[in-house]
Ligand binder design. Structure first.
Ligand code: GTP
Ligand code: SPV
Ligand code: MN
Length: 588
């Protein structure tokens, strides 16, 4: 008897006509075999993978992508629900029928001469009721190996799927890596994504942004849960008590760094559960519980160093999983090790830059692409929490939102209610980064850090967020942070990174009710004397600046918020419009 899964694979291979169809089982032996093939297989004259120095970086390989394929391409990403109004102005819509015709045209015969890798995987611990069954196929060895790191690949997914047709169907071909023939099409109502022409993480590892966020958020809306662009961490205090937080920052704005934080504050410890995606459910006791559906990290390399993120450096040097990948970093040829800006103070003499040329230090250009990344298993991370595999997830006491803002946004404040928290998250603005193709440094609204990832109308999404005040018995506190505020000379005023533990401590004190806050226009602010700034060389004046609110800046901010809200017309929930009115009056 053929199962729906087998039938589907037969249909897609009939269309794409690969020379071979290979089903991945997720074993170590298989990964080693695939890596060996990737070392000998060439694309554009370059091997797909090159082995790096095994002593310094065990099990590690280098991958150089096509220079036109180094980031997510939001302008080529579509949500194809039958009704255009259901995708909202936050998404680009295409009629599902038209989208499928287009994709089938691209997919027809696209795997001739190639192997189709069928990758069955589970998002979340297979023992969890919150876990989801998925299958993606691809003709890229790099994508196949990356999926092994980022998800739980193997027979367990095939067993869970059994004779059912209820599984995520991910279509992927790297095609000819031509941006004119590149599309990432989502069909949330059919649990399907079709992706062609890119091998880049967010475009090609379909379990990640495509499924766990865009399709996931749509499922969450229908089923009463949330799929979010969030880290999940447990912060242990000196008494050993753990407080669990979620944290949402836009792409390349500090999630991975906060998720693997090594606190400067004595006696505190951060336990990692997730660094990019959280699935949040109301648990049996009425609290919010979160799991991380992923199994690895696809992290930004530049800026990761011994000083800023020692835990990630240890993770990358671990030998606990095969393989670890480095993509579009530079290579230090004397040591055959990956290198990027921020890894070490000295720049190695003999380097190949990310596009394959000899690196010229005097060029003024970075050696690694600003969005160069590593792909590494959570098994390699020394701070991984015991709760990572907990099928129920962890109970959440605080939600941290943030953005990257040179100006306007204070270092930290607390929201005064759930509605106020949802409002505050809905008005997040952030400077764009190299994680998405296009200009960097442009301020755009990025509500909940989900603008590129919400798979349905964002106004409905806000309504869904608001509804948790009725679904949950006990809600977490909501905080807003900005690590990136600069002084007149363009220098970051807050040291950030490991010093962010000072902010986490204040949040825990607020959750425990041991410190008071002071009310300002935006919310509840810390009193400077309540913050642990021990052994930190920062003046009271700078702290005041970091926590200050400029009436002028907020007046123009409100104009931008109104423009953004207007894009959603009548669908915008009343609670948020009321909150905006209240804020406007405060700055009138
Ligand atoms: P995605 O993987 O794209 O979702 O990003 P992310 O939010 O996980 O970003 P990540 O933690 O990798 O941070 C990206 C960039 O922000 C790097 O260049 C870091 O050096 C920088 N960064 C992170 N935390 C801080 C901080 O506290 N202060 C400053 N100044 N920079 C930071
Ligand atoms: C992001 O851009 O937010 C990332 C990288 O985490 S990707 O998975 O490529 O989207
Ligand atoms: Mn991300």
């Amino acid at each position: 008897m053929t199962t729906p899964l087998q039938k589907w694979v037969q249909e897609v291979s009939d269309l794409m006509t690969p020379d071979k169809v290979y089903w991945m089982n997720g074993s170590d032996e298989e990964a080693k075999e695939l890596a060996k093939m990737a070392e000998s297989e060439k694309v554009n004259g370059n091997p797909i993978l090159t082995k790096l120095n095994d002593k310094e970086y065990p099990n590690s390989y280098y991958h150089r992508s096509n220079p036109n394929d180094v980031a997510r391409t939001e302008h080529l990403t579509f949500v194809c629900l039958p009704n255009k109004d259901d995708v909202g102005s936050n998404n680009i819509w295409m009629d599902p029928k038209e989208a499928k015709e287009k994709m089938n045209g691209l997919f027809k015969g696209c795997m001739k001469g190639r192997t189709m890798y069928v990758i069955p995987f589970v998002m979340g611990n297979p023992k969890s009721n919150y876990a989801k069954n998925c299958v993606q196929f691809t003709d890229s060895l790099y994508v196949a190996l990356s999926m092994r790191i980022m998800t739980r690949v193997g027979d367990v997914a095939v067993e869970r799927i059994g004779n059912s047709d209820d599984f995520f169907k991910g279509y992927h071909s790297i095609g000819d890596v031509n941006p004119d023939r590149r599309f990432i099409m989502h069909f949330p109502h059919e649990n399907t994504v079709m992706s062609f022409g890119s091998g880049y993480g967010g475009n090609a590892l379909l379990g990640k942004k495509c499924y766990s966020l865009r399709i996931g958020s749509y499922l969450g809306y229908k089923e009463g849960w949330l799929a979010e662009h969030m880290i999940v961490i447990g912060v242990e205090d000196p008494q050993g008590k753990k407080t669990y937080f979620l944290g949402a920052f836009p792409s390349a704005c500090g999630k991975t760094n906060l998720a693997l934080l090594d606190p400067v504050l004595k006696g505190y410890k951060v336990w990692t559960i997730g660094d990019d995606i959280a699935w949040i459910n109301v648990g049996p006791d009425g609290q919010l519980y979160a799991i991380n559906p992923e199994a690895g990290f696809f992290g930004v390399a530049p800026g990761t160093g011994e000083k800023t993120n020692p835990v990630m450096i240890d993770t990358l040097k671990s030998d606990k999983f095969f393989p670890t990948l480095f993509t579009n970093t530079a290579v230090d040829n004397d040591n055959n090790t990956p290198w990027w800006e921020g890894l070490s103070k000295e720049i190695p003499e003999n380097m190949t830059e990310w596009q394959g040329a000899k690196y010229d230090k005097t060029s003024g250009k970075p050696a690694a692409h600003p969005n160069s990344r590593f792909t590494v298993s959570a098994k390699c991370c020394p701070t991984m929490s015991d709760e990572f595999e907990n099928p129920q997830g962890v109970p959440i006491s605080g939600i941290i939102f943030g953005g990257r803002r040179e100006k306007t946004m204070p270092l930290v404040y607390e929201c005064s209610s759930w509605d106020h928290g949802v409002f505050t998250a809905s008005i997040i603005g952030s400077e764009t980064t190299a994680a998405q193709a296009g200009a960097s440094g442009v301020v755009r609204r990025d509500p909940m850090a989900m603008l590129p990832f919400c798979g349905y109308n964002m106004a409905d999404y806000f309504t869904h967020w608001l509804s948790f005040k009725n679904r949950a018995k006990k809600l977490p506190k909501i905080f807003m942070v900005n690590w990136f505020r600069k002084d007149e000379n363009g220098k970051f005023m807050w040291p950030g990174f490991r010093d962010n533990s000072r902010i986490l401590k204040w949040m825990i004190d607020r959750i425990e009710g041991t410190v008071e806050a002071q009310e300002k226009e935006l919310g509840l602010f810390p009193k400077i004397e309540d913050m642990d700034l021990s052994n930190l060389n920062i003046s009271k004046e700078i702290m005041e600046k970091l926590l200050s609110i400029s009436k002028e800046e907020w007046k123009s901010e409100i104009v931008m918020i109104e423009e953004f809200y207007a894009k959603f017309g009548d669908k915008m929930p009343k609670e948020l419009k009321d909150q905006l009115d209240i804020l406007k009056k405060k700055f009138a």
